[in-house]
Every structure is written in C-alpha cells, then in structure tokens.
Design a protein around this ligand. Structure first.
Ligand code: FES
Ligand code: FES
Length: 164
C-alpha cells in the first residue's frame, strides 16, 4: 500500500491505495467521483479523461501513486456552482450527447483542446484531436459543433477580458 495525497476539484484528499490502483479507480471508488467513466480495458475510449495539472489525461492509464502531488480536475469540478462551464453549456445547447456515457471524457478533452488553441479551432483540428475519444451514439457531428461553439465563446470572453 502507498499513501497518496493530491488536490481534486480544489479539495485536498489523501488515502492509502494499493500500488496497482489506477487513478480512475481512486477517483470513482475512494472519492465517489463517478462522473469519470470507464468504457474500455485498452486505453482507447477516452471516457475516463480528467485534467492532471491542467492537461487532459486518460485516468485509466495512470496509477494513483503517479498522480500523488498533482492537481486533478474531474467533470464534477468544471462548473462554477450552478453555472455550467462554457463547454458543458455548448454540449447542452448543440445536443452534443445522447446516452451521455462518453460525455465527461469528451468535455474534459474539449476544454484542454480549447485551452491549447486560444486562437480558435477549425473542424478538422477538432476531429483530429478527438481521435482518443470514442462515441457510439452521436456520429460526432453535434459534438464537433459544440466544441467549435465553445471555442468561439471562450476566445471572445478572453479577448474582452484582455481589453479591460
Ligand atoms: Fe477507456 Fe480510459 S476507460 S480510455
Ligand atoms: Fe453515447 Fe457518446 S453519447 S457514447
């Protein structure tokens, strides 16, 4: 067993875990943060994506002990109280989900993608960047639309902040 200590969604957490415990299992089973999903055994589906120190990461591909000392954000930590994050709001508005199983991972991937492309995104880039996230329901069209819309909203907001 090893002791891990990290900040998750702004809260300091710690616990004793088996060395083989994956970060996704620590989040779901030790912390009860079940918004992060497990959709495969092969690191392919992307349903488990969270942010580790600000970067999108498949939490099924990382041990909890490797994340010790890091800052982790899960889908539960994205909204600001009752206000949805702009990416969540865009998925809602543009119907970027059906069963919702892939949605937490899609949204965490999308927020990191938008952060890395402050100049804005085009459809080809969004589709290429979604390579690691699989959706069985939507055909991706509305997911791509939602991400493009969120990218516009967020770059407008950061431009108007910069002017102030
Ligand atoms: Fe499928 Fe992590 S659970 S990539
Ligand atoms: Fe069902 Fe994506 S909405 S898997």
């Amino acid at each position: 067993m090893s002791e891990v200590s990290l900040v998750v969604n702004g809260r300091k957490v710690s616990g004793a875990v088996e060395d083989r415990t994956l970060l996704v299992h620590f989040l779901r089973e030790h912390l009860g943060l079940t918004g992060t999903h497990v959709g495969c055994d092969t690191s392919q589906c992307g349903a488990c994506v969270v942010h580790v120190d600000g970067k999108a990461m498949k939490s099924c591909s990382m041990l909890a002990v490797q994340a010790s000392g890091s800052t982790v954000t899960t889908i539960e930590g994205l909204a600001n109280g009752a206000d949805l994050h702009p990416v969540q709001a865009a998925f809602k508005e543009h119907h970027g989900l059906q069963c919702g199983f892939c949605t937490p991972g899609m949204i965490m991937t999308a927020t990191d993608m938008i952060r890395r492309h402050p100049e804005g995104l085009d459809e080809a880039t969004v589709r290429a960047e979604l390579e690691g996230n699989i959706c069985r329901c939507t055909g991706y069209h509305n997911i791509v639309k939602a991400i493009l819309a969120a990218s516009k909203t967020m770059s407008k907001a950061s431009k108007s902040k910069a002017k102030k």
